[in-house]
Design a protein around this ligand. Structure first.
Ligand code: PLP
Length: 350
C-alpha cells in the first residue's frame, strides 16, 4: 500500500475534552466544536466518541455540517450552527433539530418567521468584527428577541491565545455589558478562553483545537500521527540535484528516500527544504521541493532503510509542523488530505 496512514487516537481526544471540562467549574457545560469535519479528523467517529465521553452539545460552522453530524449522532445531542440561519437552511434546521446562532437582524427575522418556536441562540460581536450582531443592532431588538426565548447568548474572542492582549478584557467587558442580568445562558470561550480563567467561562465553553491536541492547550495529549511509506531510495552524488527546479543540490554522497505524500495531501510547498520527517526519534530533513504526491527525504544518517517515515507523531506535533511551514496547527489539521488511510484507535470500540 502506498498511501500514508493517518492514525487518530479517539481516547486522546476524549481525554482532552475531559481535561478542558475539568478546567472550568462543574456548573459550566463543555461543548465540542467539530466544524470542518472535526478539524479534518472525521466528524462521525470523533463526535460519537465525544458523545460517549459525555459531550451533550456540539458546534459546527454550517447547517450542512449539522445535517451530517445529526446522522452520525442520532437524536438527542444539541447541534449548534455558528453561521446561523441562512437562506436555504430552514428545512435542515427544522427537520434535523439544529440550533442556529443568529448573527444579524436578517437572520433573526428569517428564523422567527420560518420556524416560530424553534430553538435558537444569538451571536454578538464584541470586537472581532467577523460574525455576530453589533451592540447597536442588539440594543434595538433585544426586547423582541428575549421574548422569543434564545437558549444561548454567545460571542468569540479574537486574541484568546494571547493572554496578555488587552483585547481579551475589553471583549469580556463588552460581553458583560450586553448580556449581564438577562438570565440567558452565555458562552464566550473556545480553547484559548478556557485557559484565560473562570471570568471567561460563563455557562458554556466551546473548545475545538484543544480537543485535537493543538495549541494553545499546551498540556493536550497528542491525538494524530501520520506515517508515509518509503516508495524508493537512491544514492545522489555530490553535485547532483533533487526534485523540481533542481531545488536541492547534494554537497556529498546522500541517501535519499522518496515518500508517498505531497502538497495534494496537505503537506504544503512551504515545507520545501525546511520541514523534517522522523524515523523513530531521528529527524530526517526534507530535500528540495515538496511535489504534489511525493517528498524527498535525507536518510543518509539512518542505519538501513525504514519502511515508512513519520510526519506527525511523538516527535512532531501539528504545531511543530506548522511552525516549519509558517502556519498554525489548525491549518495543518484541516488540510490533511483525503488520500490517507485513516485508522481510529480507541479502547472502547464503537
Ligand atoms: C472555531 C470556533 C471555536 C473553537 O475554537 P478553538 O480555538 O478551535 O477552540 C469556538 N467558537 C467559535 C465561534 C469558533 O468559530
Amino acid at each position: 500500500m502506498a498511501s500514508g496512514i493517518l492514525s487518530i487516537d479517539l481516547d486522546a481526544i476524549c481525554a482532552n475534552w475531559r481535561a478542558l471540562d475539568r478546567a472550568s467549574a462543574a456548573t459550566v457545560q463543555t461543548a465540542a466544536v467539530v466544524k470542518a469535519d472535526a478539524y479534518g479528523l472525521g466528524v462521525a467517529r470523533v463526535a460519537r466518541a465525544l458523545a460517549q465521553a459525555g459531550a451533550r452539545r456540539f458546534f459546527v460552522a454550517l447547517a450542512e455540517e449539522g445535517a451530517t453530524l445529526r446522522q452520525a449522532l442520532g437524536p438527542g445531542p444539541e447541534i449548534c450552527v455558528l453561521s446561523g440561519h441562512m437562506a436555504g437552511d430552514t428545512d435542515m434546521i427544522g427537520d434535523l433539530d439544529l440550533v442556529p446562532m443568529l448573527n444579524s437582524l436578517d437572520q433573526i427575522t428569517r428564523h422567527l418567521e420560518a420556524l416560530p418556536g424553534h430553538a435558537f441562540g444569538i451571536q454578538l460581536d464584541t470586537g472581532m468584527n467577523r460574525l455576530g450582531m453589533e451592540p447597536d443592532d442588539w440594543a434595538a431588538v433585544a426586547a423582541i428577541v428575549l421574548e422569543a426565548g434564545p437558549q444561548l447568548l454567545m460571542s468569540h474572542l479574537a486574541c484568546a491565545d494571547m493572554p496578555d492582549a488587552a483585547q481579551n478584557a475589553a471583549q469580556l467587558a463588552t460581553f458583560r455589558a450586553l448580556t449581564d442580568g438577562l438570565g440567558i445562558p452565555r458562552s464566550l470561550s473556545a480553547t484559548g478562553g478556557i485557559l484565560l480563567g473562570p471570568d471567561y467561562h460563563f455557562d458554556l465553553t466551546r473548545p475545538g483545537i484543544g480537543l485535537y491536541g493543538g495549541l494553545p492547550f499546551a498540556n493536550a495529549q497528542r491525538a494524530v500521527s501520520l506515517s508515509l511509506p518509503v516508495i524508493q531510495t537512491r544514492m545522489v552524488e555530490a553535485g547532483e540535484y533533487v526534485g523540481y527546479a533542481m531545488g536541492w543540490q547534494a554537497q556529498a554522497s546522500t541517501h535519499v528516500a522518496t515518500v508517498a505524500a505531497g502538497y495534494a495531501d496537505g503537506l504544503g510547498r512551504a515545507l520545501s527544504n525546511k520541514g523534517r520527517l522522523w524515523s523513530g526519534d531521528v529527524p530526517c530533513p526534507i530535500l528540495g521541493r515538496v511535489s504534489m504526491d511525493m517528498i524527498a527525504v535525507d536518510i543518509t544518517h539512518l542505519e538501513g532503510v525504514p519502511a515508512a517515515l513519520d510526519v506527525l507523531g511523538a516527535q512532531q506535533s501539528p504545531d511543530d509542523l506548522a511552525e516549519a511551514a509558517g502556519t498554525i496547527g489548525y491549518e495543518v489539521l484541516t488540510s490533511l488530505g483525503a488520500r490517507y488511510a485513516r485508522r481510529y484507535q480507541s479502547g472502547a470500540r464503537g
